[in-house]
Design a binder for this molecule. Structure first.
Ligand code: CMC
Length: 428
C-alpha cells in the first residue's frame, strides 16, 4: 500500500531516512536530521528565488499555472470580473466569504468615509520635486503614514489591524491621485464620498473644479474590473515582501511600503510601465520583426510576457483584452494595440516563446488601456498598487494568525574566506 512518505538515501553514509509527505511537499526541517557526523549542522535545501519553496499554507488565492486558472477564495476570476465589483471582492479576499447586503453596505460606507488623508500628509507630498515618480511618492507616503497612526504597531490586536486595513484601502486612491496631481502641477482634489471607489478616484485625478464630477460609467467600470484583476496573486514578490517584513511585527504601513517597493520593479508591477515604453520604442508594426530578433538574441526581454507561475495564457490578460475594446469605444483605439497584437501573434507561433511557455501576462495589455484613459505612463505601477493593497493586507493578517509562522529568516551557504587576521592599513 502506498505511503505518504519519501525515503531518502544518503549515499555519503548509506543511511536511509523516511520523511512525511503532505500536499506533495516535504518539510525542509525534516532534512536537518540528515548528517554525516553527529555534530554536523544537518542538510538544508538551496533554492535561490524560491522557485520551488512553499513558504506558507494559504486559503486566499488559488492559481493553476499550467491551466491558466485564478480564483479568489474559490471564486473564478472570470465570474468576479463579470458580476462583482472591487469593494465586494476586497471584502471577500479579506474575510473569506462574499458579504451579505448588510455587510457590503457597512463595508462600502466605512471605506468611502475614510478616504481623506491628514493635511500633513498632503503637505508632505507637496515637498516632492515636481518631476518625482508617482510610485516613489506613493511608497514614501505610505511609509510616512505609520507616523500618523502609531497605534498601528499593535499588530497582534485584530481590532487595531482592521482599523488600519480600512484606512489603507480607503486612502490609497487618495495618495495615488495626489501623486498624479503633483506630477502635473495641479491642485490636489479632495475625495468625494458620494462617488464609488473608482468613481471617486477618477474624480480626484480629473476634476478641474467644474462642479460635481460625473465619472464616465464605462471608464469607471473598466477601472473597477482592472482593480478586481489586480487584487491578489498569492505569494508573488511584493506579497512575499509584505509577509517577510510583517513577520518581524512591523506596522502595516511600513510593511506595505516595502511590498509596494517590490512591486515597483520592472520584472513585477513595473512591467506595465515597461511594456508601454517598449511599445512606444517599437513605434510601428513594421519594426516588430527586428525587435523580436533582439529578444531572441537575448539582447532584451519582451516585457509583459512570461510568468513564474503561469505557463499558459494569464487569465487576467484574457479579460483585459476584452475590456480594452469597451474602453476604446469611449477613448478611441490606441495605435499601440496593433503593435501589441503583432508581438503576441509572433510570440504565440515562435518556438523561442512556445518552448519556454511564454504567454502575455496581466501587464501586457493593461498599459494600453491606462494610456487610452490618459494616465501618464509613470502612474501605471501605482494603478497596480491601489487594488493590490487588500491582497497584501489579507495575506499579512493570514500570516500573523498562522501559528506556524515566525520571523522570516532564510539560511545561506557561506563561500567566503575562512578566518584571517586583520592587517593594519600601512601593511596592506
Ligand atoms: N522575454 C524573453 N525571454 C523571456 C521572458 C521575456 N519576457 N521571460 C522569460 N524569458 C525566458 C528566460 O530568458 C528563460 O530562458 P532560458 O531558460 O533559455 O534561460 C526562460 O524564458 C524562463 O524564464 P525565467 O527568467 O527563468 O522565469 P522566471 O520565472 O524567473 O521569471 C518573469 C518570470 C515574469 C520575471 C520573466 O518572465 C520576465 O522577466 N518577464 C518580463 C517582465 C514582466 O512582464 N513581468 C510581469 C510579470 S506579471 C505581473 C506580476 O504579477 O508581477
Amino acid at each position: 500500500m502506498a505511503q505518504n512518505t519519501l525515503t531518502i538515501t544518503d549515499n555519503r553514509t548509506g543511511e536511509t531516512y523516511e520523511v512525511p509527505v503532505e500536499y506533495d511537499t516535504i518539510r525542509a526541517m525534516d532534512l536537518r536530521q540528515i548528517k554525516v557526523q553527529q555534530d554536523d549542522f544537518g542538510m538544508m535545501s538551496y533554492d535561490p528565488a524560491f522557485k520551488n519553496t512553499v513558504s506558507t499554507k494559504s486559503t486566499i488565492t488559488y492559481i493553476d499555472g499550467a491551466k491558466g486558472i485564478l480564483r479568489y477564495r474559490g471564486y473564478p476570476i472570470e465570474q468576479l470580473a463579470e458580476q462583482s465589483n472591487y469593494l465586494e471582492v476586497a471584502y471577500l479576499i479579506l474575510n473569506g466569504e462574499l458579504p451579505t447586503q448588510e455587510q457590503y453596505d457597512e463595508w462600502e460606507y466605512v471605506i468611502l468615509h475614510h478616504t481623506f488623508v491628514h493635511e500633513s500628509t498632503k503637505q508632505l507630498m507637496q515637498a516632492f520635486r515636481h518631476d518625482a515618480h508617482p510610485m516613489g511618492m506613493f511608497i514614501s507616503t505610505i511609509a510616512a503614514m505609520s507616523t500618523f497612526y502609531p497605534e498601528s504597531r499593535d499588530v497582534l490586536d485584530p481590532d487595531t489591524r482592521l482599523k488600519q486595513i480600512i484606512r489603507l484601502v480607503a486612502k490609497v486612491p487618495t495618495v495615488a491621485a495626489f501623486s498624479y496631481r503633483h506630477s502635473r502641477g495641479l491642485p490636489y482634489v479632495y475625495p468625494d464620498n458620494d462617488l464609488s471607489y473608482t468613481g471617486n478616484f477618477l474624480n480626484m485625478l480629473d476634476n478641474m473644479r467644474q462642479g460635481k464630477y460625473e465619472p464616465d460609467p464605462v471608464l469607471e467600470r473598466a477601472l473597477d474590473v482592472l482593480f478586481i484583476l489586480h487584487a491578489d496573486h498569492e505569494q508573488n514578490c511584493g506579497t512575499a515582501t509584505m509577509r517577510v517584513i510583517g513577520s518581524s511585527h512591523s506596522d502595516p504601513y511600513s510593511a506595505m511600503a516595502g511590498a509596494a517597493a517590490a512591486l515597483y520593479g520592472p520584472l513585477h508591477g513595473g512591467a506595465n510601465e515597461a511594456v508601454l515604453r517598449m511599445l512606444l520604442e517599437i513605434g510601428d508594426v513594421k519594426n516588430v520583426p527586428e525587435f523580436m530578433k533582439g529578444v531572441k538574441n537575448r539582447e532584451r526581454l519582451l516585457m509583459g510576457f512570461g510568468h513564474r507561475v503561469y505557463k499558459n495564457y494569464d487569465p487576467r490578460a484574457k479579460i483585459i483584452k476584452k475590456i480594452a475594446d469597451e474602453v476604446f469605444e469611449v477613448t478611441g483605439r490606441s495605435p499601440l494595440l496593433d503593435i501589441a497584437l503583432e508581438l503576441e501573434r509572433i510570440a504565440l507561433e515562435d518556438d523561442f516563446f512556445v518552448s519556454r511557455n511564454l504567454y502575455p501576462n496581466v501587464d501586457f495589455y493593461s498599459g494600453i488601456i491606462y494610456q487610452a484613459m490618459r494616465f501618464p505612463i509613470a502612474m501605471f505601477p501605482v494603478l497596480f498598487a491601489i487594488p493590490r493593497t487588500i491582497g497584501w493586507l489579507s495575506q499579512w493578517v493570514e500570516m500573523l494568525n498562522d501559528p506556524e509562522q515566525k520571523i522570516a529568516r532564510p539560511r545561506q551557504i557561506y563561500l567566503g574566506y575562512d578566518e584571517r587576521d586583520y592587517v593594519p592599513m600601512s601593511e596592506r
